[in-house]
Design a protein around this ligand. Sequence first.
Ligand SMILES: Nc1nc2c(ncn2[C@@H]2O[C@H](COP(=O)(O)OP(=O)(O)OP(=O)(O)O)[C@@H](O)[C@H]2O)c(=O)[nH]1
Length: 261
Amino acid sequence: METEENYRKIVRVTSKKSEDHSEANEEKLWRNSVASEEEEVDPYTKRRRESVKNDVYDMCLKVILLGDSGVGKTCILMRFRDGLFLSGNFISTVGVDFRTKVVSVDNTKVKLQIWDTAGQERFRSVTHAYYRDAHALLLLYDVTNKTSFDNIRAWLGEIREYAQDDVVIMLLGNKADCGGERAVRREEGERLAREYNVAFMETSAKSGQNVELAFVAVARELKYRQNGQRDSNKFNVQDYVREQTQKSQCPPLYDLINTNY
Ligand SMILES: Nc1nc2c(ncn2[C@@H]2O[C@H](COP(=O)(O)OP(=O)(O)OP(=O)(O)O)[C@@H](O)[C@H]2O)c(=O)[nH]1
């Protein structure tokens, strides 16, 4: 078991250079070893380092991934958390699962506790229990699956019923990399988001398109809200997302000038 005591033992064994085993020194040795990125480390130490890194934060927010089964919630989380996309066999989530990641928003360390819920109908009563204390909800549909898009209205109904009134909602049209198989146009997603007054963008867990942006945008919105700056119009998540996605779609002027048409 990964207890604090076990961890300290490992620090003692690995820090042969020092005879000083005081808590402060062990902490310093550990921090120094983290700084050395070249160093080879065993998986236990790596996991421990990641968990300590995740423990340094200024605010903690709960984000929930919602949407029909198969839209890509687990893949979006894996892409964001670990930078990975595992294609192949699709294994449906059972109940709920969560991961954490710390992101930096204007010098504030925001710890996101991200809950991946099962999209299957039979788990709905379990997942409803998690809505209540969520700060943000990322609601996904699959751009190649029209039914998953049509079901978004029902999802939004459930959100209104079970989540807090001021929860931040972002609609994500995932699998944007599947151009040829597309069943939902981008404009349809935009229109629906406008109708419900929620932020929107298309994402791809496969290519990584907009995945980081989706999480950072909700973290940013919540940070500004908690700082009481919401009413001063300093930040609006919908405008922010629009600006950022437009930037990424528009090639820099330099590229345009140097392109041979
Ligand atoms: N091409 C492509 N495939 C994706 C993308 N995201 C997910 N997939 C695939 O879609 C399938 C379902 O992905 P999951 O992330 O497991 O779906 P889920 O929404 O978590 O499903 P449940 O756990 O049943 O709710 C998998 O086969 C993935 O490889 C994407 O952005 N692009």
